[in-house]
Design a protein around this ligand. Structure first.
Ligand SMILES: [Zn+2]
Ligand SMILES: [Zn+2]
Length: 270
């Protein structure tokens, strides 16, 4: 029997980095992927070690988009960790011109095609979908690990139909729950920034997130993790309380911590 485990190392504008992997019943990680590179290699190493993981626990890196909080350390990962970075032509080209991804990105760059891509042949495959956000291209992912279906989508003004369709089949979904509308309105952000966040290419509010969850929730759904919570315009309790009523009590719902790492969550057995 295999187990699927997930960990968030950091989530939000301070930096984003997530891990999902397949574990042997003896507890050893067999393979996995990283989503985004928003924390330093030193911190990644430390947080992984806390759960008995290391760089050999993941086989590739998926990137959601080219905003700083998602790719801040991608250049260092390419230089020091040297794992394949899977990107579409469009996102890859945008990142080639980014000074923070550096010269080593080119050597690690792998092409992510439409449809399913085998990240670890026979074990892990990933498929991207586009979401509306103000970056060169912003992607969510459906990732299948030994048949276990996982979807992650963050930084988006709306949830497109393709994302919804994939989430309707997923065992676990990680979805952005960025802001509470009232806190945003009364908070410290200038009007232009507030408008950007609220726009259809900005971020999902707690209520938009809850509405999306209500739509994709299905019998097989086991876990929902709320990601990219705003530091100034949200609280974990508000995000949780907005989405909790739309889910069956048996579904685990967890707002992910912003700065600190989450536990290594056991998602299910395969
Ligand atoms: Zn972000
Ligand atoms: Zn962004």
């Amino acid at each position: 029997m295999k187990t699927i485990k997930f960990k968030s190392f950091s989530s939000g504008s301070c930096g984003n980095c997530y891990f999902i992997g397949i574990f042997h019943e003896n507890g050893k990680c067999e393979c996995g992927v990283l989503v985004d590179a928003g924390i330093s290699p030193r911190r990644l190493k430390k947080e992984m070690a806390a759960d008995g993981l290391d760089y050999s626990s993941f086989d590739g890196i998926l990137v959601t988009h080219d905003h700083f909080d998602h790719i801040r350390s991608l250049g260092s990962y390419c230089k020091h960790i040297r794992k394949p970075v899977w990107v579409t032509e469009k996102l890859g080209n945008a990142m080639e011109s980014h000074h923070i991804t550096g010269e080593y990105f080119h050597e690690c760059r792998h092409t992510l095609n439409e449809g399913w891509n085998e990240i670890v042949p026979g074990r892990i495959s990933a498929r991207y979908f586009a979401v509306p956000h103000d970056a060169a291209q912003t992607l969510g992912y459906a990732i299948v690990l030994d048949g276990y279906r996982f979807v992650i989508m963050t930084d988006m003004g709306e949830v497109p139909k393709e994302a919804m369709d994939l989430a309707k089949q997923a065992d676990t979904v990680v979805i952005e729950s960025n802001y509470d509308p009232e806190m945003l309105r009364n908070g410290p952000y200038p009007k232009e920034l507030q408008d950007r966040i609220r726009s259809s290419h900005g971020h999902l509010s707690n209520c938009q997130c809850a509405a999306a969850i209500a739509e994709f929730a299905h019998e097989g759904l086991r876990n929902v993790f709320l990601c990219h919570l705003s530091e100034h315009n949200n609280t974990p309790a508000l995000a949780h309380d907005c989405s909790r009523p739309v889910l069956e009590a048996s579904v685990r719902l967890v707002p992910l911590p912003r700065q600190s790492a989450s536990p290594l969550f056991l998602l299910g057995n395969q």
